[in-house]
Write a protein that binds this ligand. Structure first.
Ligand SMILES: NC(=O)c1ccc[n+]([C@@H]2O[C@H](COP(=O)([O-])OP(=O)(O)OC[C@H]3O[C@@H](n4cnc5c(N)ncnc54)[C@H](OP(=O)(O)O)[C@@H]3O)[C@@H](O)[C@H]2O)c1
Length: 203
């Protein structure tokens, strides 16, 4: 996304830069003079209650700081299906959308499908010692670069409320994607099989 916005002056910030969307620290300073804010802040949790609390507070802090800085457009990346399945982490993403919609900021929400990297992210979050868990789901994964290009195009245009959803046409099994990732990367335990007993990586 930063590459796609190259002619523009782009600054990416997170907690490692001293900017914390949850406490609000550093938001005012980093938004000063900005035309557009793109909210990609997130923290994963399986708890619906915690996901709602995190995303509500962060969306309130970011939208309020953006309003005070006179930002002309706030772009938020969400996930396809958060309203059809408002549980666990998705409960927080739906809450985030609702806080932004009620905030009055000039807004575009883009819902994208899961990234190709999602299988590795889930494995990372669910691996317990030698055991990795797979999840049954049909997703239409999209390249993160494509999401970045779409976000850049939206950011340079006017606020549109909700943008058209972004997904690839090819449905994939998340469980199968996770198995393929685990087989290709020995740092992950093979899902539902002992780490030591399964072949891992290329032949
Ligand atoms: N992954 C997917 O398949 C997918 C699909 C569709 C949409 N999305 C959305 O895309 C966005 C990015 O997701 P991702 O998977 O790329 O997540 P990620 O890799 O976990 O990145 C999240 C970023 O947020 C920062 N962050 C977390 N808490 C923060 C806080 N309180 N203040 C400031 N920065 C904070 C983290 O950096 P620090 O740790 O340095 O703070 C990190 O750079 C999210 O909104 C997610 O819902 C993801």
């Amino acid at each position: 996304m930063v590459e796609a916005l190259a002619p523009h002056n782009v600054r990416a910030v997170s907690r490692r830069d001293g900017v914390d969307a949850f406490t609000g620290a550093g938001l005012q300073q980093s938004f000063a003079g900005a035309d557009v804010v793109i909210d990609l802040f997130t923290r994963f949790t399986f708890s619906s209650r915690r996901a709602r609390a995190i995303h509500q507070t962060e969306a309130e802090n970011v939208s309020s700081a953006a309003q005070q800085a006179g930002v002309r457009h706030v772009v938020v990346l969400s996930i396809i299906g958060v309203d059809r399945n408002p549980h666990n982490y998705y409960a927080g993403k739906l809450q985030q959308e609702q806080v932004y919609e009620a905030s009055g900021v000039p807004l575009t929400i883009l819902r994208a499908a899961q990234f190709h990297e999602f299988a590795a992210q889930v494995l990372d979050r669910t691996s317990l010692g030698p055991v990795g868990l797979t999840f049954q789901a049909r997703i239409q994964p999209v390249a993160v670069q494509e999401v970045g290009r779409r976000l850049a195009a939206i950011a340079t245009g006017p606020p549109q409320g909700r943008a058209a959803d972004l997904a690839r046409p090819q449905p994939e099994s998340l469980a199968e994607m996770m198995r393929r990732y685990a087989a290709a990367d020995c740092s992950f335990p093979p899902p539902c099989r002992s780490r030591s007993s399964a072949a891992c990586g290329p032949d």
